[in-house]
Design a binder for this molecule. Structure first.
Ligand SMILES: [Zn+2]
Length: 274
């Protein structure tokens, strides 16, 4: 996985840097791939120093735009995420199309979220464009609000295309019956930060993170973590999926509070399926 990461073209690597919240940005130039055997050392050195940004205090969301020049969009951007999904425009949106394949469970605690890295070959189509699923990760409480209300957990399925463009699907969790995939994730939670853990014996399918109902909100936004880059194609499913109270508690505890507050909608159109 890591070998493949460093071997990818710069545009792809950039999108990974963006979606991983700057994690890889500390590790040098993606144009000059480091040998895979050096990766473990790099990860150790990263784990040794504190993250450059956080969810509270002087490095919290209100200060992200001032922490580093490359985080400026967090402060100056006019199309930021998340947002409160209300006062939307009903539109004849096409159904989202997913073609997710089963994949071995690859888990990462990057210090900001619990992330599941996904094997290549699973696709998502929105607005006539096809993207590939790269990873999904969790926020607790949810980052998006629906009519002013947060959900307990929100999962973000992050997709990119060969131009490096991003499309993210948000799905809310509500308390209910146990979620099978979350059970696998919680059972195999990595103890060490910034070290991907592969559980080859466990196959997952991201389809389990999607609700049965196709209804969704749609708008153009940003990454919800530094560098807050804009041009992200957002779809947030209207219907939540379920997880047990115990699962929600355990996942929330593993992540800590990691929700960026909602951002101004400004002049954006926020659409909703009819
Ligand atoms: Zn996210």
């Amino acid at each position: 996985m890591k070998k493949a990461f460093w071997a990818v073209p710069a545009a792809f690597a950039l999108s990974l840097v963006l979606v991983s919240g700057g994690f890889a940005a500390d590790h040098g130039d993606a144009k000059h791939p480091a040998p895979a055997k050096h990766d473990a050392k790099k990860h150790d050195s990263h784990a040794a120093h504190a993250p450059h940004w956080s969810y509270e205090g002087p490095t919290g969301p209100a200060h992200w735009g001032d922490l580093e020049e490359k985080f400026a969009a967090c402060k100056t951007g006019m199309s930021q995420s998340p947002i409160d999904l209300k006062n939307t425009t009903a539109a004849a949106l096409e159904n989202l199309k997913t073609d997710y394949k089963a994949a071995p469970l690859k888990l990462l605690n990057n210090g900001h979220t619990i992330q599941v890295n996904y094997a290549p070959g699973s696709t998502f189509t929105v607005d006539g464009k096809t993207f590939e699923l790269v990873q999904f990760h969790f926020h607790g409480p949810s980052e998006h609000l629906i009519d002013g209300k947060p959900a307990l957990i929100e999962v973000h399925l992050v997709h990119k295309n060969d131009k490096g463009e991003l499309a993210v699907v948000g799905v809310m969790f509500k308390e209910g019956k146990e979620n099978k995939m979350l059970a696998s994730i919680i059972k195999n939670m990595p103890k060490e930060k910034n070290k991907e853990k592969t559980v080859a014996s466990v196959n997952i399918n991201a389809t389990e993170m999607m609700p049965a109902s196709p209804a969704y909100f749609h708008y153009s936004g940003s990454l919800t973590t530094p560098p807050c880059s804009e041009g992200v194609n957002w779809s947030v499913m209207k219907t939540p999926i379920e997880a047990s109270k115990d699962q929600i508690t355990k996942l929330s505890k593993a992540m800590g509070i990691n929700a960026r507050p909602v951002q101004p909608v400004n002049k954006r159109a926020v659409m909703e399926t009819k």
